[in-house]
Design a protein. Structure first.
Length: 341
């Protein structure tokens, strides 16, 4: 399946990404991967930033996301980590515009397997995967490997069916019918938490995607794929106001399939990497065990009780697997949220 409505649409999306990355002040380099025939269904694109000798974090965006739309989050992470942001094939961005027509999720998992194998020699300390939305489903569809030292899955698809909300469906249909900035802004506002004000660049990106990328569905969840990752350290982050998963439907599958620590981010919705990049940075630091981004301890339960220290903790600031806690609100203003969806 070719995702773009026309060659001109393909070019428009690429130009948006290229302009965004050219204007990004953070030193970085880019390269294509799996650029071999038939490249239309294999070629991905990588944006690499951060110290070459730092721990490696591989970032997979959600539907209609891309590396160029994640620059605010990538900038934060690149101060401490070697960050590799991935544009996979078949999603809006700098990867190829083709995607497999059948068994799509498993094919994406196989593609991500190959990518991890290619990246492993330059990541002697292992790879931490940070994935959002459908990107989390892709990561979980890959084969478990000791190359992956841990995962942080944000608003993840692939574990449970998302809720259907009339207000969100109406906004989505409006954006698809009339893909302009007004409808893109409305959709983003309904995806995010109550205080989220979508940045103008994000609005422009989603309007561009709506004009040029054909409508397609997200594959259904495959929790049997996720269960293979049980035993790998996993953090699942959910926005308090996530319209898909904020009602608690994700917590039990995340614990059962993955033995995951579930983190609820106050005030956020379904766009965690873009609404609360500082909170995401905290989750990455805690999963990697360095605690560099915060001196605070996680809070557990609605009353905000502190997690006890001792044998139950797997690392500083990380509660025991299977727990649920609420992360403290970040100090930075939500107005500095990144561009992406």
């Amino acid at each position: 399946m070719w995702i773009y409505r026309s060659d001109a649409g393909d070019a428009a999306v690429r130009q948006w990404c290229e302009r965004r990355l050219r204007s990004w002040a953070v030193p970085h380099h880019q390269r294509s991967v799996h650029d071999d025939p038939p490249y239309d269904y294999r070629r991905g694109h990588l944006v690499v930033a951060g110290p070459a000798d730092a721990p490696t974090v591989v970032v997979l965006g959600g539907r209609h996301g891309c590396a160029a739309s994640l620059t605010d989050l990538l900038e934060r992470l690149a101060t401490e980590y070697r960050v590799i942001a991935v544009d996979p094939p078949g999603e809006a961005g700098l990867g190829s515009g083709g995607r497999p027509n059948t068994d799509r999720l498993r094919d994406y998992g196989s593609w991500f397997d190959d990518l991890l194998t290619e990246l492993a020699p330059d990541a002697p300390g292992g790879i931490t995967v940070l994935a959002h939305g459908f990107g989390a489903a892709v990561a979980l569809a890959a084969r478990p490997t000791p190359r992956v030292r841990g995962m942080i899955l944000l608003n993840p698809h692939g574990l449970a069916r998302p809720a259907l909300r009339a207000r969100l469906l109406t906004a989505t249909l409006g954006w698809r019918a009339v893909p302009v900035r007004r409808t893109a802004r409305r959709l983003l506002s309904r995806l995010g938490g109550p205080a989220f004000v979508p940045p103008e660049a994000l609005v422009d990106w989603l309007a561009t995607v709506g004009r040029h990328v054909a409508l397609s569905s997200t594959p259904p969840p495959h929790p049997e794929l996720a269960r293979r990752w049980h035993g790998t350290p996993v953090t699942v982050g959910i926005g308090e106001h996530d319209p898909f998963f904020g009602d608690g439907r994700l917590a039990q599958p995340a614990r059962w399939a993955l033995g995951a620590t579930v983190v609820v981010v106050p005030g956020a919705g379904a766009l965690l990497p873009y609404e609360q990049p500082d909170a995401v940075h905290v989750m990455v630091s805690r999963r990697l065990g360095d605690g560099a981004s915060t001196g605070r301890s996680p809070r557990s339960g609605p009353a905000g009780d502190r997690q006890p220290s001792g044998d139950g903790a797997t690392a500083p600031g990380v509660v025991a697997a299977g727990a649920t806690h609420t992360i403290d609100r970040p100090h930075h203003s939500p107005a500095r949220s990144a561009v992406g969806v």
